[in-house]
Design a protein around this ligand. Structure first.
Ligand code: FAD
Length: 288
């Protein structure tokens, strides 16, 4: 379709797809099919979460190794540090390095509620520093960014200063928490640029498929659902088809807007599903 955004050149942009490690054989089978389809879109990398939802390091490692081996596309494990010792992190880094993994998403993570043992790392900037100290330039390091502020930060200004610490510790690139306000993203990017940040800050894209789940999750992780969007989604109640259709249209427009205004790429939280990521991709004119 030549009327569609032919100025958006796929090759110059950073596209990536995030998965969680499957816990069952059926889940693993599903993920194989999903990543086969998404591999056809030629992303820069796939990433695999760690720890969230009770997954283990072995789950993440196995998933990452299989992806890298079978898809030929770079796979980046997420690695969270809170609650771990330096020795544990060193071992994990060694395992990744010995298995040809060169890309990592470095996070603080969250302690399970009730747990008070921080371990040797309090914040993600300490993990980035440690990875650089231990492994030099081996890893391409991604860090997390929160355009609408990390929920524990006292204010956006402080949170941006803390984000800049991770960049200065040696991060190569950042992926944002999802957001539905493009203005919040651009404000964050502008403030970072003013502080000398030069690395790409890639918007994290959360498809909308289930309203109650999204509302719960957004409260937890500090992503705002604008009032008008909340109201619109509420009117659909249990009509999942309408939510999916509206969600796909809205997220496609958000992605289009972000790329047209100069975002360096997009990172999709796929939830281990082809849809709606694939439809959004087609809607924004990125299909060949
Ligand atoms: P940090 O950058 O350390 O920030 C955490 C808080 O501490 C912020 O409020 C910040 O302002 C403050 N802070 C940071 N540095 C300092 C400092 N030096 N001094 C004082 N205050 C400081 N979680 C998982 O468990 N597994 C995953 O796989 C996972 N993947 C994610 C992927 C992405 C792209 C994103 C955006 C989040 C992901 N998370 C994951 C969630 C993440 O672990 C949580 O949001 C966590 O609460 C913060 O991690 P962080 O790396 O952003 O922490």
């Amino acid at each position: 379709d030549d009327h569609q955004h032919d100025h958006v050149n796929h090759d110059d942009l950073i596209f990536s797809f995030e998965f969680f490690p499957p816990k069952t054989d059926k889940g693993a089978e599903n993920l194989r099919a999903v990543r086969n389809e998404l591999a056809a879109l030629n992303p820069r990398f796939f990433s695999v979460t760690y720890g969230a939802g009770g997954s283990t390091q072995a789950n993440t490692l196995n998933t990452v190794l299989e992806i890298q081996r079978d898809s030929g596309i770079e796979a980046a494990p997420h690695l969270s540090c809170v609650g771990s010792s330096a020795e544990q992190i060193r071992e994990i880094l060694d395992t990744y390095r010995n298995n040809g993994i060169k890309h990592i998403v470095a996070l603080r993570g969250d302690l399970p509620s009730g747990s008070r043992d921080l371990g040797q790392f309090r914040y993600a900037n300490e993990l980035v520093e440690f990875i650089r100290k231990e492994t030099g330039d081996h890893f391409n390091i991604e860090v997390a960014a929160y355009p609408e502020m990390h929920p524990q930060a006292p204010n956006l200004k402080v949170d941006i200063d803390n984000f800049v610490r991770k960049v200065n510790a040696g991060a190569n690139s950042a992926i944002t928490q999802y957001f539905f306000n493009a203005d919040a993203y651009w404000h964050f990017v502008d403030e970072c640029v003013k502080k000398g940040v030069e690395i790409p800050i890639v918007p994290g894209i959360m498809p909308i498929t289930n309203y109650s789940q999204l509302a719960r999750f957004s409260d937890m992780c500090g992503a705002e659902i604008p009032r008008w969007l909340r109201k619109q989604l509420e009117t659909y109640a249990d009509d999942v088809e309408s939510i999916a259709k509206f969600g796909e249209e809205f997220i496609s427009l958000l992605c289009e807007n972000l790329l047209e205004t100069g975002a360096p790429g997009l990172h999709f939280y796929t939830m281990n599903r082809v849809e709606p990521t694939m439809s959004i991709w087609k809607n924004i004119g990125l299909a060949d």
